[in-house]
Design a protein around this ligand. Structure first.
Ligand code: SF4
Length: 207
């Protein structure tokens, strides 16, 4: 299945208990051949309404963060761990993630990004099979190993967290995010061109 077919199939998914309260499935969007993929936790109210990931203030800030190092939204791919909005913007629950994460794994398999950024606790814990919080994991390069070839992964703060902690101080969340996105840009520039080597899914188990 290619990415478009995957999105069409996902758009009618009713596998978990998030389906009855959603307005739209938010599959993800962006460059299907992206070198860089960003993963958030799940859709919020505006995303649910528009069927697009990372819209609204957090989305605008994410675009600014990428733009600060010359990366445009159109050249990356943005998705979430769960594709339907959890009620009242709560975190997705383990059974919901377990039901949904095969869509994300198949997305990553189709896109074959060279670098993955996880934004906040939920995607980082899912991607790295860890219970550590984002303040412990952010800024440290890791590997995404749920597919047949490891993919370099950098956890970063979620833009919504940065909106709540907007003070610009050296060592603060915004400053740390600036260090992180510069590291991503430098690593992208140092990597060779993408190859067409296929990726196989190794692991679908949660945690
Ligand atoms: S959250 Fe995922 S598994 Fe649950 S209904 Fe939506 S697409 Fe299906």
């Amino acid at each position: 299945m290619n990415l478009e077919q995957l999105g069409q199939t996902c758009s009618t998914c009713t596998t978990c208990k998030l389906a009855p309260t959603r307005q739209n499935v938010v599959f993800g969007e962006g460059n299907s051949d992206a070198r860089l993929m960003l993963i958030g936790e799940g859709p919020g109210q505006e995303e649910d309404r528009t069927s697009r990931p990372f819209v609204g203030q957090a989305g605008q800030l994410l675009e600014q963060i990428l733009g600060a190092v010359g990366i445009t939204r159109s050249e990356v791919y943005i998705g979430n761990v769960v594709k339907c909005r959890p009620p009242n913007n709560r975190n997705p629950e383990p059974d919901e993630i377990a039901s949904c994460d095969h869509w994300l794994l198949e997305q990553i398999q189709c896109i074959r990004p060279q670098i993955i950024i996880t934004l906040g606790n939920v995607p980082t814990q899912w991607a790295l099979n860890t219970s550590l919080g984002i303040t412990k994991t952010r800024g440290t390069w890791a590997e995404f190993t749920k597919l047949s070839h490891p993919i370099p992964l950098l956890p970063m703060f979620h833009p919504a967290y940065l909106l709540r902690n907007a003070i610009r101080t050296v060592g603060g969340p915004k400053w740390l995010t600036w260090q992180d996105i510069k590291a991503v840009k430098a690593t992208l520039e140092a990597l060779p061109e993408k190859t067409n080597a296929p990726l196989e899914i190794k692991q679908t188990k949660l945690f």
